[in-house]
Design a protein around this ligand. Structure first.
Ligand SMILES: Cc1ncc(COP(=O)(O)O)c(C=O)c1O
Length: 419
């Protein structure tokens, strides 16, 4: 009997089964609910949670095929040891594949996925700019291990060579503003480098980076894909099967697989991804619009008292929907909305520190992409940030309630009524 626990093998690293549904043949919402139907082996409509770390081989000795003798992949949903593959995360990958337009590999967290990307791509130069500081931490570790050079996103093209990486986060943390994927794909490809897109802020339904030139796409599945603030997950996708095969093999040794519970929660979550993202993004755009027009109203009168209140407390609002001069490429890149995250810069640090204590619906917490609205005085988790900045992640609550909640928080701060 083959012992595969310690070694990379075709058995252990088989790709998840391909669904008969695809993003081309069916709408995303249908794919999210049915792409894993091919894995239904029991009458359960809701998939089971499998907790086993190890799986029985065939009981008939004649049916045993040793690793060395195995010619093709194992039958659907056959597993050996859960550091290789497991039923719940395989089901999640089966649904993600058509949603992401590429085969993919799941990880224990977004940063575990970023780390796996660098182990696989082994760049000597990384161009990195805007975005989440945690990814910079992973890049620092890659630099420590390999001596790789880190340059700015807008470095001279000659600074990049064959096999190097342009690391692009868009929309980016913490403002929710976006940069052009196509522009950076062209820059990378002209030098033989790869474009790695962190599309965490632009989940399926909002942004499709492969269509714009990405070579590899990463998601922190902890955010929109999970969507309920209850699971950590990372995803790497690539349109080259050979890349994903190697990612799978390397994941066996990195050991950074998702937990079974998280895989199960992920499947539960993807069913409603489209509905959630559409609602969150629309809510955010309406809130941003309201704040922006309040801020830029020249003489806020009584009829629009909210204008006065906003102007007293807020200095600036940032979100991709406000990138008016970029709308031509932005509408191509994000045709269905710009995501739920935006930033408010308050007039003073003191107002920014207090704002979250005055909201009732927005929880004061980090993270984003979930059904509940979050607000964070960003200095709580980012050392480098402007201390007047507050990051908002909008949930699926009713827009009017969220607007009212923010407005009464601004009022209580600026007229001191809740001091
Ligand atoms: C853009 C972005 N990428 C990656 C990550 C890391 O994801 P995780 O927390 O799942 O490791 C985050 C987390 O906030 C993020 O915002």
């Amino acid at each position: 009997m083959a012992n595969t626990e310690g070694g990379i093998s075709t058995i252990a690293n088989k790709a998840p089964p391909k669904s008969f549904l695809s993003a081309e043949s069916h709408a995303t919402s249908t794919v999210a609910v049915h792409a894993d139907d091919i894995l239904n082996a029991s009458a359960d409509v809701a998939p089971a949670l499998h907790v086993s770390t190890t799986f029985r081989y065939a009981s008939n000795p004649d049916d045993l095929v040793s690793t060395r003798d195995l010619k093709g992949p194992l039958p659907n949903d056959t597993h050996i040891y859960s550091r290789h593959t497991a039923p719940n995360s395989t089901r999640l990958e089966t649904i993600l594949q058509p949603l992401l337009h590429a085969p993919c590999c799941t990880y224990s967290s977004g940063l575990a996925a970023v780390h796996a990307a660098y182990v696989f791509l082994k760049p000597r130069v990384i161009a990195n700019g805007c975005g989440y500081m945690g990814c910079q931490g992973v890049i620092d570790m890659h630099q420590k291990l390999t001596g790789a050079k880190v340059v700015g996103l807008d470095c001279a093209p000659e600074e990049l060579g064959k096999g190097d990486v342009v690391h692009l986060e868009t929309p980016f943390n913490p403002t929710g503003e976006a940069v052009s994927i196509r522009k950076y794909a062209e820059k990378a490809h002209a030098q033989g480098a790869y474009l790695l897109v962190d599309s965490t802020f632009g989940p399926p339904g909002l942004q499709e980076p492969f269509g714009l030139g990405a070579d590899m796409v990463m998601h922190s599945g902890t955010k929109y894909l999970g969507g309920h603030s209850d699971m950590l997950c990372g995803v790497l996708a690539a349109q080259r099967d050979d890349w994903v095969k190697t990612l799978r093999e390397e994941r066996t040794y990195l050991g950074s697989v998702m937990g079974n519970m998280e895989g199960w929660l992920g499947v539960r979550s993807l069913r409603t991804l489209g509905l959630r993202v559409e609602r969150q993004s629309a809510n955010a755009e309406k809130l941003v619009n309201w704040l922006y027009s309040s801020l830029h109203r020249e003489s806020p009168d009584d009829e629009n008292a909210s204008g006065k209140v906003v102007q007293k407390g807020v200095m600036e609002v940032q979100h991709a929907s406000l990138q008016h001069k970029d709308m031509e490429w932005l509408k191509e890149q994000m045709p269905n909305g710009f995501g739920s995250v935006f930033a408010i810069t308050m007039q003073t640090e003191d107002l920014a520190r207090k704002l979250a204590s005055r909201t009732k619906l927005f929880h004061h917490a980090t993270s984003l992409g979930s059904v509940e609205s979050l607000i964070e005085w960003r200095a709580m988790s980012d050392k480098m940030i402007d201390r007047r900045l507050v990051r908002v992640s909008v949930g699926i609550e009713a827009y009017e309630d969220l607007k009212e909640d923010l407005l009464s928080a601004f009022k209580s701060l600026t007229d001191g009524s809740a001091e």
